[in-house]
Design a protein around this ligand. Sequence first.
Ligand SMILES: N[C@@H](CCC(=O)N[C@@H](CS)C(=O)NCC(=O)O)C(=O)O
Length: 344
Amino acid sequence: MTVHSRPGSRWKGALAASLVLASSVVSGLAHAGPTLDKIKERGTIKVGVGTTPGFFAPDSGGKWKGFFVDYGRALSIAVFNDPDKAEFTNSSPQQRLPALQSGEFDILLSGVTVTITRAFQLGFHFGPTVFYDGQGILVRKDLNVEKAADLDGATIGVQSGTTGELNIADFFRKTGKQFTPVTIEDTGEFINALESGRVDAITQDSSDLVGKRTQLKKPDDYVVLPERLSKEPLAPAIAGGDDRWLEIVNWTVNATIQAEEWGITSQNVDEFLKSEDPAIQRFLGVDPALAQAIGLDPKWAYNIIKTVGNYGEIFDRNLKPLGWDRGYNRLWTDGGLLYSPPFR
Ligand SMILES: N[C@@H](CCC(=O)N[C@@H](CS)C(=O)NCC(=O)O)C(=O)O
């Protein structure tokens, strides 16, 4: 018996392997996944959101705008080639997790923090982190508080069902200080509790507080403390058990990050159609093989970038006006945490 097979048989082996690959690709296409089937049948993607300026808020004409909303539109483009097939519904932090579990939403783009409990106990899957955040504290300036520990003995508003509710209790437990939590579900009431003096401070993701501060009657009387009490990696969340839907979410986010890395923007994407780089040709569908393999329109990534823009454009359009800088949310090539796996 020889160790090396004859060239002819090796070639036959390669042919057999590629046939297996081809048939698995075809079966991948045939089985779209229950969520995607449901979405296609309905004609819309049901997206659960919050109501924080910059991240998700209806404009004066009722059209939803914001950083997370743009990811909903990007998904709508990936599935329907139309940015307006995503239906955004506000739901409280307390209600939206069970609503996702029960199938009321196809996805939450509401600043959900990736946690192990949510993965195992609630059975959620998370897409890539789209915003690296941390828990902050919003407090009246005249309390002269500089850091969380100065709030010893204070009454602090927390929103029910959030990681913030748990983190603030951990913080006071570990620092041996006292606080009185006031747990509030409704967002309006939560903000109101601060303005009316019912609580001394409120705590939430800093993304939430920076936006909500602008909605106060006298924003300049309040400050978001610079300290961050936790890690809050915010990611799209879907109900578990549908890997096809998860991968569409994953690669839609990745497309916006990869485009920024290549310098592809909504403005110059047409120029890139002439690129000689095979990876860019695959990405933009000039070479349709990759898109065909995953079962999307060859132009899905092109359409997302052309319509919604790359990650940097999405960030700048929605968050720069609120004074956000990129921080951890820079590309890995700029010292940040954003990194797309390869498109191949
Ligand atoms: N990241 C935290 C908090 C999520 C959260 O409450 N997000 C904010 C938006 S960033 C929110 O929905 N606030 C209520 C609202 O906007 O109505 C979690 O996953 O528990």
